[in-house]
Design a protein around this ligand. Structure first.
Ligand SMILES: [Zn+2]
Length: 76
């Protein structure tokens, strides 16, 4: 796993040693997710693409009335 999004405000899951690339706020509920990359794979362009992907995944979870997980693995 090179990149992960971690829900803010919970202490159950942490991305130790990962570099924070930015925060994405869910339009549906306002929960925030921190996008983090492994230090060896830090890439701003990829982080922006992943933010767009994550936005869709979060919206889909609202459509299916699913709770957001604390940790979401991001595609490369
Ligand atoms: Zn949401």
């Amino acid at each position: 796993m090179r990149a992960v999004a971690i829900k803010k405000g919970q202490n159950r899951v942490k991305a130790a040693d990962f570099q924070e690339m930015g925060t994405l706020r869910c339009d549906g509920c306002g929960e925030e997710f921190v996008i983090s990359h492994q230090p060896a794979f830090v890439d701003k362009g990829i982080a922006e693409r992943q933010a767009g992907w994550l936005e869709k995944v979060l919206a889909e979870e609202h459509e299916r009335e699913k709770k957001h997980p604390d940790r979401i693995e991001l595609p490369d």
